[in-house]
Design a protein around this ligand. Structure first.
Ligand code: ATP
Length: 460
């Protein structure tokens, strides 16, 4: 497996582009910063990642219900969430660790409340921070951007006339789709706490410091769930999700030594606990996913702003309460990037040759099987095999170039099995199955290939 220290992001970006995982967005127009298009191989990989998450956290998790909520939501939602209110906040980014802070909060914390930063102009705050050497509370370095009134949301408008049209936001997080459907799902699924609502979908953020390929983009997909529960059980559920989140990414192929928990010291005023799982990306340890104990904040805010009661009535005790929320959220693109990094290996072969191989877990590999006729005139038989196997799995078919080169191409996109059709196949109905990682070959009857491959597609 790849050693992160040696792996550069450039290698991953180049492989992604040349092999059809990910291309720069709008490339023929010179690109469009921090947007990326998934190509034929990449879309399979990311879809498999999303499917694996849904299988683990919805299909195999009792009392978890999926939704697919609208991206455009009533603008009041973003007032309730606090996003609209924070538009005017004077924010500074730490250029070193990419964390963002309110300048007035930094000054108040530094002066232990003796300086009323709220009354200061932006220039006065910047001067204070420079003169008093106010450092980043997260990484301890002083390397600030200037103060900016940062708008984290993309704004569009609804209405066909420019004048008089209403401002609408592209959602910066998917979780609000679950909160606004808390009552709907609870009633229609007859759900009892603890239960969760899950969603996979696009989010959009006007990030000030996007970059590092798929790591931080302005448009990305989140896979997340909100577990609604009693206060007394919330901490245990929080701990359970930490463990489940870790097991999930390890099962997918991230090594334990490249994962660590980062518990947050500074919490939002409503939060009871928060942590990230960080992954050792080529650019260093960075957040992969978040797990948050959000108390009753989200449902209380929606109760306040919508005027709808968010009270849950316990069917056994008749107790009425607003449930606590445990949130688990992971970016599909960010996880895909981590899996690309983890899978990458340049392997030195005998004779000085180097093969690049992507060791994806077969469950997430873009293609499960590549069908390769040894010679072009075996194409008819090979296409028969393709027709059979492609009913079951995503398969590739390749008849161009030497067999060795074709194996290498499949190694580079992480296809776990290559099935070679040769002249003996016409006689004995058997094919050669080559394993990507060991490069060992076995001979199987065509009918045995599907059950053979299927065994590798499950997680332990
Ligand atoms: P970060 O600190 O990296 O900005 P965050 O704490 O703002 O992340 P959350 O709002 O908790 O992140 O979002 C949950 C997950 O969504 C993150 O752990 C990450 O995997 C993913 N994510 C968040 N922002 C982006 C982005 N701009 N690009 C890609 N993925 C993202």
């Amino acid at each position: 497996m790849a050693e992160n220290k040696k792996l550069s992001m450039e290698k991953i970006v180049n492989l992604c582009k040349s092999r059809g995982f990910v291309y720069p967005g709008s490339e023929i127009y010179g690109g469009f910063a921090n947007t990326w298009d998934f190509g034929p191989v990449g879309v399979e990989l990311k879809n498999n990642v999303k499917r694996s998450w849904w299988k683990r956290f919805v299909q195999e998790s009792p009392s978890t219900y999926g939704v697919d909520a609208a991206i455009l939501m009533n603008p009041r939602v973003w007032e309730a969430s606090g996003h609209v209110q924070s538009f005017g906040d004077p924010k500074m980014d730490c250029k070193n660790c990419k964390q963002r802070f309110r300048a007035d909060t930094l000054i108040e914390a530094h002066s232990k409340g003796s300086v009323a930063a709220e009354a200061m102009t932006d220039a006065e705050m910047e001067n204070y921070i420079a003169e008093h050497d106010v450092k980043c509370p997260h990484c301890g370095v002083r390397n600030w951007t200037p103060i900016r009134k940062f708008n984290p949301m993309f704004i569009t408008s609804r209405g066909t006339l420019e004048e008089g049209s209403d401002k609408v936001y592209l959602r910066p997080e998917t979780c609000q789709g679950e909160y606004v459907n808390f009552l709907n799902v609870q009633r229609t699924a007859r759900a009892k706490v603890p239960f969760a609502i899950a969603q996979v979908g696009k989010s959009f953020r006007n990030e000030i410091t996007p970059g590092n390929f798929l790591f931080r983009t302005v448009e990305f997909e989140q896979m997340e769930l909100q577990m609604f529960c009693k206060e007394s059980e919330a901490m245990q559920i929080y701990a359970d999700y930490k463990a489940k989140a870790q097991k999930y990414v390890e099962d997918l192929g991230l090594k334990a030594e490249n994962l660590r928990f980062h518990d947050h010291d500074k919490l939002a005023h409503y939060a009871k606990a928060a942590c990230d799982i960080q992954y050792n990306f080529p650019m260093g340890w960075q957040e992969l996913n978040g797990i948050h104990h959000r108390g009753t904040w989200d449902l209380s805010r929606h109760q306040e702003f919508s005027g709808k009661s968010m009270l849950y009535v316990d069917p056994f005790t008749n107790e009425k309460f607003i449930p606590n929320v445990i949130e688990y959220s992971i970016g599909a693109d960010r996880l895909t990037l981590a899996l690309l990094c983890a899978a990458y290996e340049e392997q030195a072969l005998e004779g000085g040759d180097v093969r690049t191989v992507m060791h994806f877990h077969p469950a997430i590999a873009p293609y499960k099987v590549a069908i390769l006729p040894l010679q072009k005139n075996l194409g008819e038989k090979a296409k028969e095999v393709y027709a059979k196997l492609s009913k079951k799995f995503m398969c590739d078919y390749d008849e161009t170039g030497s067999i060795g080169k074709r194996y290498r191409r499949q190694d580079e996109i992480g296809t776990p099995f290559c099935v070679t059709v040769d002249f003996d196949t016409l006689e004995d109905g058997a094919v050669t199955v080559r394993d990507r990682d060991s490069m060992q070959q076995i001979r199987l009857k065509i009918d045995e290939v599907i059950p053979y491959v299927e065994k590798f597609l499950e997680f332990n």
